[in-house]
Ligand binder design. Structure first.
Ligand code: GUN
Ligand code: ZN
Length: 466
């Protein structure tokens, strides 16, 4: 195996994987100009991909090539790869290569509080989360933000929608860390002006929160050559005044930034929302009334919805962040997968750390699979997602929500090379080599149910090792 590897290195312009440079690809390795379309970098490994909904494919001995602008020009079998001498190859045989995962809902400052359980949403927020967020100073942000983005990479996540806290200076520090990480990040300051850990509720507070959000949006929306986007983040109906919600909707429409919030996660939350907004028909109507729904809006959870609410999400083009592990952890419930699907509402997968106990997307898919199976069995209605559906949602599904104008989330020509190389040596029983298996569905199943043992060892964003 070693001798074979050496021969390839010599003969095919191979760069041994563990000695490859982590320098940006804009530093040319083949003499071509940065941004040129000449083929430049290639990976050899086991490719797992979702070419279309409900389908997963594998290339056991696969190859990916991308050009100087980070666009994939070839994805297929190693045998049929392009032979250009200008391609600098990395040998990842016995490793798995997937598209980069997209986490459409997570909370950076909550990461240290993961897996602190035993409570449901509202007491959990009061007991653990509000105190933690209140003390998320810029100094803490400086220590934790870079580590958080490193954790995203360690979990194979190349793109995420992230909530910070109500502190604008800490949010600024997080944006700077996001830029350094080179990941694709949509993020925003947590917006609250009632019932929160901030100063006494007042119109002055509302104005301040809006001004801070607008300023951060102006600085960061579209930064890092478009890898960073702003996401206005009104926490949820219970911590936002009507004025704050209405003005946030206007800001988002004026700037083209995202809106992210929480919707219908927990029964006690629903009761409290009904009490706080007696004129609203239902929870979704609160956001609708204030102009917060639309194609740029991502609502987390969306478990307890009426027929009218599904229709409202569909008609406004609002997107859903499905957070199955958080929903289990906080005993919130199980989203109705088949209903959401049949309504045609776009779904992405969210870890929702700290309510979700981990970032690992395989674990989040496992939580989804178990919970939806159980829901179908216990209710006798609906159907659960296939593993191929979940893999699709965790990659392309999330990418279409966060970066709809780009081609992301697949290993295919024309797509941007957002990729993850995984060490899967420990995934199968008795550490049997997973990459010797040819059945894509079976490999995916092993990964979803034992993916806690998979390790992301290299991530690429736009063809750049990050
Ligand atoms: N609803 C309002 N805030 C939060 C939060 O921080 N996490 C979760 N899971 N739900 C929320
Ligand atoms: Zn959340």
């Amino acid at each position: 195996m070693m001798a074979n590897h050496m021969a390839l290195t010599r003969n095919l312009n191979f760069v041994p994987a563990d000695r490859t440079s982590r320098k940006p690809l804009s530093k040319s390795t083949d003499g071509s100009e940065p941004g040129s379309s000449a083929p430049r970098r290639g990976l050899r490994g086991y490719l797992l991909n979702s070419p279309r909904p409900g389908k997963v494919t594998a290339h056991q001995d696969g190859a990916i090539v991308w050009d100087g602008s980070g666009l994939i020009t070839y994805a297929g079998s190693w045998q049929e790869r392009p032979r250009a001498r200008t391609i600098s190859w990395e040998d990842w045989r016995s490793r798995l290569i997937t598209p980069g995962f997209v986490d459409v809902h997570c909370h950076l400052p909550q990461y240290p509080a993961v897996a602190q359980g035993g409570l449901e949403l509202l007491p959990w927020l009061q007991r653990y989360i509000f105190p933690l967020e209140k003390h998320f100073t810029p100094e803490r942000a400086t220590r934790e933000a870079s580590r958080f983005f490193a954790e995203l990479k360690r979990n194979g996540i190349t793109s995420a929608a992230v909530y910070v806290t109500a502190c604008p200076e800490s949010t600024e520090v997080c944006f700077q860390a996001a830029r350094r990480s080179k990941l694709r990040i949509a993020m925003g300051q947590m917006m609250m002006d009632v019932n929160s850990y901030l100063a006494r509720d007042s119109r002055a507070l509302t104005r301040r929160v809006l001004e801070e959000g607008e300023r951060l949006c102006r600085r960061w929306h579209g930064a890092a050559r478009g890898r960073i986007r702003y996401a206005f983040s009104p926490r949820f109906a219970l911590t936002c005044s009507s004025e704050l919600m209405r003005a946030t909707g206007e800001l988002a429409r004026a700037t083209g930034a995202f809106i992210q919030t929480h919707l219908a996660e927990n029964p006690a939350e629903l009761v409290a929302v009904r009490k706080s907004f007696p004129k609203a028909i239902d929870y979704t109507h609160v956001y609708e009334q204030h102009g917060l729904l639309g194609p740029q809006t991502i609502v987390g959870h969306a478990i307890y919805l009426s027929d009218r609410e599904y229709a409202a999400l569909r008609e406004t083009g609002t997107k859903v962040a499905h957070c199955p592990t958080a929903n289990l952890f906080l005993r919130s419930g199980v989203m109705d997968w088949s209903r959401m699907r049949s309504e045609g509402v776009a779904i992405g997968l969210g870890s929702d750390v700290g309510a979700g106990p981990e970032l690992n997307p395989w674990q989040v898919m496992k939580g989804a699979s178990y919970s939806h199976k159980l829901r179908v069995v216990l209710t006798g209605t609906g159907s659960e997602p296939s593993l191929a559906d979940l893999f699709r949602v965790a990659t392309v599904g999330g990418a279409e929500i966060l970066w709809p104008e780009r081609k992301l989330g697949q290993i295919a020509p024309g797509f941007e090379a957002d990729l993850v190389v995984w060490d899967v040596d420990r995934v199968d029983a008795f550490e049997e080599p997973l990459t010797e298996r040819t059945d894509a569905e079976l490999v995916l199943s092993k990964l979803v149910f034992r993916g806690a043992l998979a390790r992301a060892i290299r991530t690429y964003v736009g063809g750049e090792a990050v």
